[in-house]
Write a protein that binds this ligand. Sequence first.
Ligand SMILES: Cc1cc2nc3c(=O)[nH]c(=O)nc-3n(C[C@H](O)[C@H](O)[C@H](O)COP(=O)(O)O)c2cc1C
Length: 212
Amino acid sequence: MNVRDRRVQYETAGLDRHDLDESPIQQWHAWYVDALEAGLPEPNAMAIASVDDDGLPDSRIVLARGVDDEGITFFGNYESAKGRQLDANPSASAVFPWLGLHRQVRVRGTVELLSSIESDAYFASRPRESQIGAWASPQSTVIDDRSELEQLVARFTAEFEGREVPRPSHWGGWLLVPETYEFWQGRPSRLHDRFRYRADLDGAWIIERLAP
Ligand SMILES: Cc1cc2nc3c(=O)[nH]c(=O)nc-3n(C[C@H](O)[C@H](O)[C@H](O)COP(=O)(O)O)c2cc1C
């Protein structure tokens, strides 16, 4: 299949400075609502990149579970590749790829662990099968075959039968605390609109247009 010559013209209304909310969080929420209303799949999915011990970037999709003034929360296994990388180097960049609207939002910042109270609360809200899965999957490690995983699921299903599944200490949330956001809107002829928010020294957001 030839991907070289595939081109889509982005016939969108564009993005002007006066369209933007002064708060990047509010702007994110406005675009998230647009993504929901447009029926985009998994509109809270973001690709998040961290850096490994060799200084090499590594990225994967996770689901954002909260976006507010504190930052962006997501959950997973603290002993996974991303967990170890974020522990050693708590910096990350993320992108929400809202391709059906010819939009992306990029975020860069630092990452911290959520409190165990917050992680417990979110874990408790997950379906039981996902809770068992958090115990059963040694995420990002090599396993022999799928039956190994199924045996672990069976073992933890039996272990927790008849009672609540507690949150394993190796599973929880992170908070990405953004230092910059960038909102990108595709336009015809690759002359896209890009606006970056960066925090001023006193914490106010400065909004700048970037060349496409
Ligand atoms: C749509 C989608 C949503 C996902 N959501 C999560 C998530 O919320 N948390 C998570 O740890 N992994 C999630 N994953 C799996 C990750 O992409 C990845 O495979 C996993 O976290 C292991 O990554 P790592 O080895 O870099 O740590 C998701 C994958 C997809 C495609």
